[in-house]
Design a protein around this ligand. Sequence first.
Ligand SMILES: NC(=O)c1ccc[n+]([C@@H]2O[C@H](COP(=O)([O-])OP(=O)(O)OC[C@H]3O[C@@H](n4cnc5c(N)ncnc54)[C@H](O)[C@@H]3O)[C@@H](O)[C@H]2O)c1
Ligand SMILES: O=c1ccn([C@@H]2O[C@H](COP(=O)(O)OP(=O)(O)O[C@H]3O[C@H](CO)[C@@H](O)[C@H](O)[C@H]3O)[C@@H](O)[C@H]2O)c(=O)[nH]1
Length: 482
Amino acid sequence: MSPRCKKIACIGAGYVGGPTMAMVALKCPDIEVVVVDINEVRIKAWNSEELPIYEPGLDDVVKAARGRNLFFSSDVKRHVGEADIVFVSVNTPTKTRGVGAGKAADLAYWEGAARMIASVSKTSKIVVEKSTVPVKTAEAIEKVLRRNCSDPAVQFEILSNPEFLAEGTAIEDLERPDRVLIGGKETPSGRSAVEVLKSVYEHWVPAERILTANLWSAELSKLTANAFLAQRISSINSISALCEATGADVGQVAHSIGTDSRIGGKFLNASVGFGGSCFQKDILNLVYICETLGLKQVADYWASVVSINDYQKQRFVERVIEAMFNTISGKKITVLGFAFKKDTGDTRETPALDVCQGLLQDNARLYIYDPKVTENQIHADLATPKFEWDHPGSRTPSRKQDSIKVLQDPYEAAQDSHALCVLTEWDEFKKYDYERIYDSMMKPAFVFDGRNILDHERLRKIGFIVYALGKPLDPFIQKPYS
Ligand SMILES: NC(=O)c1ccc[n+]([C@@H]2O[C@H](COP(=O)([O-])OP(=O)(O)OC[C@H]3O[C@@H](n4cnc5c(N)ncnc54)[C@H](O)[C@@H]3O)[C@@H](O)[C@H]2O)c1
Ligand SMILES: O=c1ccn([C@@H]2O[C@H](COP(=O)(O)OP(=O)(O)O[C@H]3O[C@H](CO)[C@@H](O)[C@H](O)[C@H]3O)[C@@H](O)[C@H]2O)c(=O)[nH]1
């Protein structure tokens, strides 16, 4: 094993592999970093002016290091064969069929990568789990690596180094992480591998922020971190329903509890539901692991976080229908925001998808505007069956439906519409000319703020009927008995 790392290969040039390795390359000019992927289109985009993902600050980091010590390549075998450290950052989606379908993680991409690493390795390597994986994956991967490498002199040391970046703030998170976690075996070679990886991060991360743990703790910490974060959102979202039923204001409740330093104020924004490629997938995976270990109560506890999230999206759709006199059939509804959160063009598991499907079921006509999501992406998402979205190659081709229009201009999207539904918290939505929008809409004109980002009092003064999640209900939409 090389005591110092000279070359890193990262398998998977996605939302994690691309930005993470760009930051490593920027901060470690003495290390050659090559990101490889089987998806040639993606690699081509990483080598172009138009990167395959939108992330604030990413362009600058890539431009500073690309061609110097950062490379993107589809010559997977060559670069993996030459590397001292191989990061594996492939997708670990939810299984769509067979045992554990709808819950368990599908490790086929991971295992494929491991077999390939074994087959091309002529020198010993540190193999790093960057993907989020079920606890104990390292054990299985080690067996695959050992049994598929023909050279007995080649040694593999497996480390778990889960990634905690959030989309939209990836560059900030990578540059100044709360912590970097490295899990390794408690053996001399395991400890020395941990030191090698630590030396990479020490180029820019303060030593006290680099935590080490055993392999299983590191793997489980990633699933637990996501479960805790998502649990906070489901907790405040459950309270938002109670607020609407009682006249309390969820913003005030969140602020009041968040000032308790034991609770803290982050991740308490009530919303139409959490989305993104990680939270639901990782909790379902946690639930599956608990079920297979016979921990039914633990599984049920975490499953409820996902149930509340589904309930919140459904509740929002029902509010829209109820408020609009119990029928949205044929009505034009403007959807502001389709990405799963602001500052990203990513739509994986976006709550907008379930809300739009719910509105379409009731025969609404949707006019969708998002500053970063393309028309093709929106049409493809609305045509893709649940859980298929994260399997490379299985994406349903974009198929336009007559009831869905995607607009490039929010004012055009709102023209002659009965209602606006805010589904992503993009900052630009706060700055629109709502007088102009109101004048162009059908009356009564409704706003359903699924992110609580607009100035509701101002909107009411303009004449809108406003529904805001977890806020006292507008008398116009209050049910007679509530
Ligand atoms: N997206 C996030 O914000 C985030 C954050 C932390 C952790 N994670 C985890 O990181 C992992 C990757 O997530 P992502 O969002 O980057 O996924 P992604 O789909 O954007 O990227 C994965 C890439 O791996 C490639 N790939 C799959 N099998 C391959 C193989 N055998 N050889 C070469 N390339 C291969 C795919 O073509 C794809 O481009 C997942 O386990 C995810 O849970 C994601
Ligand atoms: O108070 C809040 C905070 C977030 N959200 C929503 O929750 C989802 C997830 O947001 P966020 O966690 O900021 O983005 P992700 O990119 O999904 O990042 C999460 O998932 C990643 C993948 O595992 C982890 O690495 C990150 O640490 C973890 O925050 C989004 O739909 C947000 O709109 C809320 O509804 N209310």
